[in-house]
Ligand binder design. Structure first.
Ligand code: IPD
Ligand code: CA
Length: 263
């Protein structure tokens, strides 16, 4: 592996593990910490800011020239950039549901290269480097072999950033095609679950870069087909996301709006 990437993988893998300990401590004290709303159904806890600050400080100490973009503290990116979601699934975190994670991705010249997703409350650690495979808890993972949309499980994410009617329309189309639909409220884990075959697809009409950069590498390395998320001002503005196991990719492509192409 290119030493530029292997140095970053080994250093930041350890940093994400440490951040998991910090986040779990907040999770165990969630009834005592400050919880607020950034907007309708948009949660913020004291842990989000603290974990992002921890990750930024640790990564900047080892790679001072890398850019850092984070959900809570912003940033615009650069040629070598880390994109961080300190707690993805904040609504779950705030209510004591263990389905949340730390998501840290790295992109070089706009290409997703490293993906690290850690769900400390479930003790699941995903890591991938482009072209070098993907593991969960050190075991290789792979997409599900599903070919029939009538047996498929598809996660469809929702946020208040887009009209709820668009979400309901997509859910309706996917269910009428025969799939069952779920929503687990962490986009990063949603993509990781397509990668390990727990689901067959993840779709959301708009999602932010910090929710998906790590998942893009993890899913791609597991054989998932994905739309061209990294286009336009994707780092700061986000894009639609659609990813699917190959056997149902064309079905989901035909059901998703806006139109995207999976490859
Ligand atoms: C949200 C979650 C959710 C997804 C939203 C995200 P947050 O992030 O990933 O599953 O549907 O688009 O904003 O608020 O939990 O960090
Ligand atoms: Ca998030």
């Amino acid at each position: 592996m290119d030493p530029f990437l292997s140095d970053r993988l080994s250093a930041v893998r350890a940093i994400v593990r440490e951040a998991g300990v910090v986040a779990l401590d907040y999770f165990s004290r969630r009834n005592e910490i400050v919880v607020s709303m950034k907007g309708r159904q948009d949660w913020l806890t004291e842990a989000d800011g603290a974990v992002e600050t921890f990750l930024r400080r640790k990564i900047a100490a080892v790679f001072p020239n890398d850019q850092i973009v984070g959900e809570e503290q912003g940033g615009s990116g650069g040629d070598a950039m880390w994109i961080i979601d300190p707690i993805d699934g904040t609504a779950n975190f705030a209510r004591g549901d263990r389905q949340w994670c730390i998501s840290v991705g790295f992109a070089r010249n706009g290409v997703p290269e490293i993906g690290l997703i850690f769900s400390p409350a479930q003790d699941e650690f995903y890591e991938a480097v482009r072209g070098h495979g993907v593991t969960m808890n050190d075991q290789p993972i792979r997409v599900a072999p599903t070919h029939d949309i009538g047996t498929a499980v598809v996660e469809i994410g929702w946020s208040p950033r887009r009209p709820t009617d668009d979400y309901l329309a997509l859910v309706g189309r996917v269910m009428r095609a025969g799939a069952t639909v779920k929503r687990s409220a962490s986009g990063a884990l949603g993509m990781a679950h397509v990668a390990n075959g727990r689901t067959d697809g993840y779709a959301e009409v708009h999602i932010n870069s910090w929710d998906v950069l790590a998942g893009l590498v993890i899913a791609r390395e597991a054989g998932v087909l994905i739309n061209d998320f990294c286009s336009g001002p994707w780092v700061t503005e986000g894009n639609p996301i659609l990813c699917a196991t190959p056997g149902i990719a064309r079905d989901l492509e035909n059901l998703f709006e806006p139109r995207v192409t999976l490859s």
